[in-house]
Design a protein around this ligand. Structure first.
Ligand code: KG4
Ligand code: ZN
Length: 347
């Protein structure tokens, strides 16, 4: 079989994503975001997100087929996120995918959103060396993975024991009054600040923590430390140096994320580390990981920022890998799986 032509649908949170790939070649990647509708609530409102997906999905499909110049009848398969994510949002993409699969008589592949965040790098940098270590950092998850086979053998070395990195960005941005989503605004503000100004804590890095939590993360103590620092400054009538707080917070997050990722490569004997998930768009994380991988002689694979945040192309390229590996399609009665573990690639 030549490289499979795959449609990918993604509706796990607030982005309606439709992607089309042929193997590792990106043909279309249409993303409609409902983020503007959530701003005034300071976070994603599930019901609002579901309604936005319903409105956006058909036009996004039409744009994607036009952009790729592909006739739906030519597809080799339809891939769709089944989890993890918001159940009402997931159901919209899943229903659309099932309808297309039935109408076009194509196999359906229900895929894991988190694994797709790692797989997306193949669109830019080709096949994954296996095993690879992967640092997966999104709004809801922060994990270190051992990827032995992206279509079916993924182990979780460690994960956050409380907040995800993206969640910490969103919460800190809120307490600094910087708006939502927090990642991009803190990233921008931090560029003007001094990352060494405030020594915020690095969670789970003390020798005693490393015994039990070598590859785990914790960001809730950091969030509390930032909150206390800001509160004290306000009580003392000092002006809060937003840029310095943002830069120092960001440094604490990126320092721990990258140090443990390098340690994971060492542990696995992996020559490559992959960076994936929405927080992978962060400029300091990208830069620091680049410095530290270069110093350790490890190859860094990081997708461009536009492919890091949620999109349909990442689902499509994982679908193409799954098809090439000869994995059986999903049953037509699969349901959304909001808590799907990262170790399960295919439903
Ligand atoms: O992967 P993603 O698009 O959605 C989930 O699957 O959760 O990740 C969204 C998260 C949000 O928390 C957002 O603040 C964060 O990614 N994010 C960033 C940046 N861009 C998005 N975090 C830090 N720096 C960025 N530039
Ligand atoms: Zn995501």
């Amino acid at each position: 079989m030549s490289e499979p032509l795959i449609l990918g649908l993604e509706t796990s949170c607030d982005e309606t994503g439709v992607g089309i790939v042929r193997g590792h070649e990106l043909l279309a990647n249409e993303v409609a975001s409902s983020v503007d509708q959530h701003v005034r609530f300071g976070g994603v409102v599930p019901e609002v997100a579901s309604r936005a997906h319903l409105q956006a999905i058909t036009p996004a499909l039409e744009r994607a087929f036009a952009k790729a110049d592909v006739d739906p009848a030519q597809l080799d398969g339809i891939a769709v996120t089944v989890g993890p994510g918001l159940v009402g949002a997931l159901v919209v993409g899943l229903s659309a995918a099932k309808a297309l699969a039935v109408a076009l008589d194509k196999p359906l592949y229900g895929l894991n959103h988190l694994v797709a965040h790692v797989a997306v790098d193949m669109l830019e940098h080709g096949p994954l060396p296996q095993p690879s270590a992967a640092l997966l950092v999104s709004g809801g998850h922060s994990s270190l993975l051992a990827v032995r086979d992206i279509t079916g053998d993924i182990a979780e070395l460690g994960a956050t024991i409380d907040d995800a990195a993206g969640e910490a960005y969103d919460k800190v941005a809120r307490l600094l009054g910087m708006g939502y989503p927090g990642g991009p605004v803190i990233d921008k503000a931090a560029a003007e600040g001094n990352p060494a100004e405030i020594a915020f804590p690095r969670g789970l890095t003390a020798p005693k923590d490393l015994v039990k939590h070598r590859f785990d993360y914790s960001f809730s103590g950091l969030k509390t430390a930032v909150s206390r620092w800001v509160e004290t400054a306000r009580l003392e009538g000092r002006e809060v140096p937003i840029a310095d707080v943002a830069a120092s917070f960001q440094e604490a997050v990126c320092d721990v994320l990258t140090a443990k990722a390098i340690d994971a490569c060492d542990y696995l004997g992996a020559t490559d580390v992959l960076l994936g998930g929405g927080v992978a768009a962060n400029s300091r994380l990208r830069g620091l990981l680049e410095e530290r991988t270069a110093a350790a002689g490890i190859t860094l694979r990081r997708p461009r920022p536009g492919l890091c945040t949620d999109n349909g192309a990442m689902i499509a390229v994982l679908g193409a890998e799954v098809v090439k590996a000869g994995r059986p399609p999903s049953a037509m009665d699969i349901g959304a799986n909001p808590g799907m573990p990262v170790t399960q690639v295919l439903a």
